[in-house]
Design a protein around this ligand. Structure first.
Ligand SMILES: NC(=O)c1ccc[n+]([C@@H]2O[C@H](COP(=O)([O-])OP(=O)(O)OC[C@H]3O[C@@H](n4cnc5c(N)ncnc54)[C@H](O)[C@@H]3O)[C@@H](O)[C@H]2O)c1
Length: 318
């Protein structure tokens, strides 16, 4: 079984590559080592993957249609996991063009290249941010979407485009609305690694909206189990799933948990790209996969130990 994973130097792409490689599947990874955050960390992740004989890596940009075509022509992939994207809601105000290139044009490049191929399933990353400032909780997959920034609008657009290609070319496409995924080798631009860095460097952690945001933190180990189950499920057409624990945590409460580690915080106003709360309904994915989600606070505490044990900070400078 051959699997293609885009964004393989990124957090979720890397985690899924590693998971499938350990299962002895053949995995091809694509990434352009974008410098949105530490390239050293991305290279470290790829070096870990390269220790597996069944891993092939291409340092290419998904804007490059010809390169994508070449790779797809040479391989008959059974599954594609598309995780490459410009992530981050706040950065989308600073650099909207990157979101157009990596999230929209690149997505269409991929669609155009897979439309006539025999694929079992095409998985792609959407985001909880498509719900915007929803007042209805928990958010479920069929409610109205109200994205409030360029990032979340690009994800909504991906869902519309996937729906079109899936119907027209009869390809099974599965969009995953991820809700704040965290775990080992996680993203340094997201709260937890930023918090661990602040503790280590004895600096103040800035928390937006005075710590009153709530996020539906979801452990990467649960994401791996979900994908494993989805590979073999009979799914036809275009389907969307929330990937979330359905247990939002208030940011201030996470910070309180690290008070005894001498965490210092600076409360600041809300950023205009942020939503107040994410809280997803996970019944649809639970009914299909029977997955049981882990206790997030326990995993967050374990992650802090992992961060210190592996000295992850060594890989965090740009
Ligand atoms: N981590 C989360 O909590 C979360 C939440 C919601 C949605 N998502 C989505 O899940 C996916 C993976 O997220 P992540 O946290 O692993 O992000 P990440 O930034 O760690 O990984 C994305 C990877 O894609 C690569 N990339 C970007 N543009 C590219 C291009 N044009 N060509 C080739 N490679 C390119 C980057 O270099 C990076 O390594 C993204 O689509 C993201 O929007 C993530």
């Amino acid at each position: 079984m051959k699997i293609l994973i885009t964004g393989s130097a990124g957090f979720i792409g890397f985690s899924m590559c590693e998971y499938f490689l350990k299962k002895k599947y053949s995995v091809t990874g694509i990434d352009n080592f974008d410098d949105y955050y530490s390239v050293k960390l991305k290279k470290k992740r790829i070096n870990i993957l390269k220790k597996h004989k069944n891993f092939i890596f291409f340092d290419i940009d998904l804007m490059d249609k010809l390169q994508i075509k070449k790779i797809l022509n040479k391989n008959n992939f059974t599954f594609i996991f598309h995780f490459a994207a410009q992530a981050g809601v706040r950065y989308s105000q600073k650099n909207p063009q990157k979101y157009i290139n990596s999230n929209i044009i690149s997505f269409i490049n991929l669609m155009e290249n897979i439309k006539s191929r025999k694929l079992k399933k095409f998985f792609y990353a959407s985001s909880s941010s498509v719900y915007g400032n929803s007042k209805k909780f928990p958010c479920n997959e069929s409610q109205e979407l109200k994205p409030i920034n360029i990032y979340s609008k690009s994800k909504k657009f991906n869902e519309k485009i996937a729906s079109y290609y899936s119907k027209k070319y009869r390809i099974t496409m599965i969009g995953l609305r991820f809700f704040t995924i965290f775990g080992e080798w996680g993203r340094p631009d997201m709260l937890l690694i930023k918090m661990f860095e602040a503790i280590r460097n004895n600096e103040k952690l800035q928390i937006n909206n005075y710590g009153n945001h709530s996020r539906d933190f979801t452990y990467i180990g649960d994401v791996k189990k979900i994908f494993d189950k989805l590979l073999n499920k009979r799914i036809i057409g275009h389907k969307i799933f929330n990937i979330c624990s359905s247990k939002p945590l208030k940011i201030l409460n996470i910070c309180k948990n690290f008070k005894n580690k001498n965490l210092k915080i600076k409360k600041i106003a809300k950023h205009s790209a942020d939503v107040l709360k994410t809280y997803g309904d996970n019944k649809k994915i639970k009914n299909l996969t029977s997955i049981k989600f882990v206790n997030q606070m326990k995993e967050i505490n374990k992650l802090y130990n992992w961060y210190n044990k592996t000295n992850m900070y060594r890989y965090l400078e740009k």
